[in-house]
Design a protein around this ligand. Sequence first.
Ligand code: NAD
Ligand code: DAU
Length: 363
Amino acid sequence: MANLLVTGGAGFIGVNFVRYWRRSFPQDAVVVLDALTYAGNAASLDGVTEIHFEKGDIRDYDLVVRLLDERAIDTVVHFAAESHVDRSIRGPDAFIDTNVVGTHVLLKAAKAVWLDRGTGRPHRFHHVSTDEVFGSLASDDPAFSETTRYQPNSPYSASKAASDHLVHAYHHTYGLQVTTSNCSNNYGPYQFPEKLIPLFIINALLGKPLPIYGDGGNVRDWLHVEDHCRGIERILHVGRVGECYNIGGGEELPNLAVIDRICTTLDDIFAVRPDLAKQFPSAPAATGKPSAGLKSYVADRKGHDRRYAIDHAKIQRELGYEPLHDFSRGLHETVQWYLDHEPWWRSVMDGSYRDWLAKNYAF
Ligand code: NAD
Ligand code: DAU
């Protein structure tokens, strides 16, 4: 039996991970620590039983030490972060505060509780990172491996790279038992509608333009969030301490291909479900028009990385990881999830989100 502290457990991947873990390992105790920023939503954990939810900031050292002690935590799974590249370009400070300083506070607290008291307590600190730390690939470059040189290009990826280095340093210098995963673009249920897939599904339902950055030819490697959770599980259970593992979905696609699939998936579902026309009257699909008509080319993201691709041979070979979700089916299920959860996405896009935006970003 393990006692897990899941930071950022009210965000997209954290919620999916907590749900996955409760389902798969009901004997383990789960504590969620989340500051509930605009991206965190406690209601996303509705129906998940037997977790302890603590609203709080990973930068609060005393709180983290208290949780590690009181809850006898032996495993930290660290998701909490500012995660959206566009926001990091508009306002980098929050990214340094949470991703760099916040990760360091967690490491310091873990060291104090797990190492400095000399108890020899078995423990694990798993750090969830991103493939963006490796920079951008040309079309004919080999995919990122664990030994690819770090070359982060955005304030977001630079802050994640800094946190990766801190995690490594706490292992190398103090002997903290750490593992790190670097994964590609996740998709699936509960993703905040600022990222490409949920944003485009919802805009298409509301009849709003689908803003395609640049020429739409940027390539991402799509990973179903549940495959990501299984990858982390393999690392927690059989991964080697001190190691980094890449987790990918094996589904490299240019943005335009993803966008076209979102549009045709919506069109196909509307064609067989006439009730949706009443629910989403502004959607082109409600009147039999193609959702793709909303596609609109806009200015490119500053410093936009051209291509990400993950070589996940190491985790496959050493830990038996294999992505199980095929992108077409996974996308269809994801579109269906957003159609079925209108109250969820309306609530996360409400006033509290706008207030948070106004406070944290000057635009
Ligand atoms: P998200 O933005 O959906 O959720 C982040 C969560 O962290 C939210 O619940 C938020 O309230 C919480 N949080 C933010 N600042 C906090 C703080 N100071 N203290 C406590 N909680 C705080 O992010 P996500 O997409 O779920 O990503 C989770 C992790 O996975 C991040 O570390 C991200 O860098 C990494 N990652 C994400 C993807 C992806 O495609 N989404 C891909 C690779 C890596
Ligand atoms: O690769 C892993 C990373 O994937 C994670 O570390 C990040 O947390 C996560 O946000 C994601 O980063 P991206 O920048 O790749 O994801 P995003 O959904 O923002 O954009 C995906 C692609 O779609 C990217 O090329 C930019 C483009 N895009 C995005 C938005 C929001 C558009 O063309 N229009 C848009 O409105």
